[in-house]
Design a protein around this ligand. Structure first.
Ligand code: URA
Length: 224
């Protein structure tokens, strides 16, 4: 047995489980006409959530997710920042403006995609969510994915990739390949907040988005 001075870490805090392994696939797909209602039901289940420490870390609004309940394309970020926390909507700050530009460059409107995050409450000071926070919140994002049934999921940054795929690997080793998540094809790219800090990587991110566009049969709008 381990010495009392070196307790074995709680494995639930350390073991990464992919969204595919967290729960069996949905028994039956939610028909398109029922998806908006099914998403509202998930939001009601979340309620005024106190399931994880982020509930007590200065959160203003729970950021559930936004967009089309029948989207073919879903973006998953890390967690709300200050602007998102105040408005209750994902990706509405500076990084959100860049994400909007990325969506437009793909020939889509923001209302046509679905946008959510690994955690629904703002981590204080925008720190990376702790495993207990991400793991506690994952059940709801998993249900959102199962309702929307996107054809493609784009993981924005390593936090989204790590938790969706259940692997702790570098972003560079995950980019450029198709992964899978809850029946969707999953691509990994840079988080827009990272691209704001290092705009030279935008060309690389565009390659990732072009892989997604080819899969969805999208072409970039003219005059760009
Ligand atoms: N960064 C994220 O990861 N998510 C948001 O909603 C906003 C910024």
């Amino acid at each position: 047995a381990p010495a009392a001075s070196s307790p074995r870490p709680d494995p639930s805090l350390l073991t990464l489980v992919s969204f595919d392994k967290l729960a069996p696939p949905p028994a039956a797909p939610v028909p398109p006409a029922e998806r908006a209602g099914a998403l509202r039901a998930i939001r009601e289940d979340i309620g005024d959530c106190t399931r994880c420490p982020l509930a007590y870390a200065g959160r203003h609004k729970i950021v559930f997710g936004d967009g089309s309940p029948t989207a073919q394309l879903m973006f998953v970020g890390e967690g709300p920042g200050a602007d998102e926390d105040m408005q209750g909507l994902p990706f509405v700050g500076k990084a959100g403006q860049l994400l909007n530009n990325m969506i437009a460059a793909m020939g889509l409107k923001r209302e046509e995609v679905y946008i959510a995050n690994i955690v629904k409450c703002r981590p204080p000071g925008n720190r990376v969510p702790e495993p207990v926070e991400a793991n506690t919140c994952s059940q709801f994002l998993l249900r959102q994915i199962d309702v929307v049934q996107p054809q493609v999921i784009v993981a924005l940054g390593s936090t989204a990739a790590i938790y969706l795929l259940g692997v702790r690997r570098s972003l560079s080793s995950l980019r450029g390949y198709w992964h899978s998540c809850r029946g969707a094809k999953l691509a990994v790219t840079y988080h827009p907040a990272f691209l704001l800090r290092d705009p030279r990587q935008k060309a690389e991110a565009w390659k990732d988005l072009q892989m997604v566009m080819a899969e969805l049969g999208l072409t970039a709008p003219k005059g760009k």
